[in-house]
Structures are given as structure tokens and as C-alpha cells.
Design a protein around this ligand. Sequence first.
Ligand code: NAD
Length: 251
Amino acid sequence: MVNVIMHGCNGHMGQTITNIIKEDNEIQIVAGIDLFDDGHNDYPVFKSFADCNIKADVIIDFCNAKAVDGLLDYAVSTGTPVVLCSTGLSDEQLARVNEDSKKVAILRSANMSLGVNLIMKLLKEAAAKLVPAGFDIEIVEKHHNLKLDAPSGTAIALADSINEEFDNSYEYVYDRSQRRQKRDSKEIGISAVRGGTIVGDHDVIFAGQDEVITFSHTAYSKALFGKGAVTAAKYLAGKGPGLYTMKEVLE
Ligand SMILES: NC(=O)c1ccc[n+]([C@@H]2O[C@H](COP(=O)([O-])OP(=O)(O)OC[C@H]3O[C@@H](n4cnc5c(N)ncnc54)[C@H](O)[C@@H]3O)[C@@H](O)[C@H]2O)c1
């Protein structure tokens, strides 16, 4: 049985994961951390890691960047691996994650969905074959009308996974309205659509001579991030220090 501390347990993702884990007999939540608690969970909840006196095999974090320093203090001092999913970390915090991963296992991914991470892996293989054959690459992402940032972090991560195969020689182009010229073969166009309640669609388009191949991922609910995080937690429990990604979980 893998014992988990759920950081941000009363938030949207924390509650999604609480429900996923209830149905899984290989893993259980032994404590939660959240600023707000009404006592409805079937595990004890503490306001911060400083108050938490319960040990676990792994921490799942879907909280807030402001709480990440306390999380890392606890993880390093107790040697507890962390699946770190909170976004919006500062450059200093990202540097600290790198440093702390020399002392404890930390897994961080821009997108915890197994499907998106599998596509990232497949894209490398596809690009290695299709780019030399003259295929152009474009990415189109679609999200709900409340999303503030564009393009999505996942669209950039998809582009990055291809770019890494080509020594980061691709330029990302987000807007073609200001220049009247043909696309260069060394660019990846990234376009964002915003509307309604779309949870998250990503299409990676390889357009060649007389044929088009599209890798497409559709998220129907945020639960898929929770499922990915639970799979990652089972993988990370018992692992030694290091900076892990979902790539290793899929291998
Ligand atoms: N990597 C991914 O795939 C992925 C997917 C979804 C969400 N996220 C990220 O996960 C985080 C949580 O998302 P959410 O939708 O559950 O948010 P949310 O606002 O619903 O939940 C956050 C919870 O953390 C608690 N909290 C906030 N500050 C705290 C603090 N200082 N100490 C203790 N508890 C604190 C809040 O009370 C809340 O219950 C966000 O950063 C989000 O961007 C990442």
C-alpha cells in the first residue's frame, strides 16, 4: 500500500484525487494539507507541512506556488518523494526544485495527462521521420473562454518535445498577421482558440506533400490530470533522489 500526503487536498484537483484514490486499493491518503478545511475528508487535514506529524511514502501536490517552499522543506527534511503539479513557480523556485532533486525524488510535468505525455514521446519519433521528408509542423490548441494565458503551456511543451530532436533549431511563430511572407521550414506555428467550456484540445499537424498527419488529444475533464498524478505517485514512491518527468512513468 502506497501512503500519500495530498497537498491542496480541498481544492478542485485535491478532491478529484481523493475520489480517484478511494477506488484504488493499492494507494491511500494518510493526510491532507490545506488552508481551509471543514472536516469532511476521511483523513486528517493540516494547515501546513509544519503542522503535519504524519509520514508518507509520497506527496501529491496540486496547491499553490506560494506553498511550494514549505512543501520542499518537508520533502527534503523527511526524504519524502514529491509529485509536484502546482504551476506558476518562480525562477528561484524552479532552481530550488533542481537543487532539491539532488536530495529527494521530485517529479514535475507541465501536463500530468498520460495521453499528452505519450503523444510527446510519439512526436519525437514522427518528427525524426517526417521533417527530413519535408513536412511542416503546426500546433493548434483550444481552451475555454476563462483561460488567461495563450498559447497553453502544453502546446509549448509539445513543440519543445519536437524541437529537442533538432537541437532546438525551430522558431515558434504565434502570429502571422504582421508579416507577409511564406512560412520558413524551420518554424512551428502555434495557434490558440478560446471559447465556451473546452477543457483542452491539442492538435499537432504534420503537413507534407499531398498528405497530412495529425496527432490529436482531447481532454474531457480535469480528472485525467488526477489519474496521471496517481500513476506517477505509485511510480515515485520508494525512488531515490532525482528530477523525474512523466516520460519515465511511461517507460
Ligand atoms: N500539471 C498539471 O497537469 C496540472 C493540472 C491541473 C492543475 N494544475 C495546477 O495545480 C494547482 C491546483 O489546481 P486546482 O484547480 O486544484 O486549484 P484550487 O484553487 O481548486 O485548489 C488549490 C487548493 O490549495 C489550497 N491552498 C492554497 N494556498 C495554500 C497554502 N499556502 N497552503 C495550504 N493550502 C493552500 C486552497 O485552499 C485550495 O483548496 C494549480 O497551480 C494548477 O495550475 C496542474
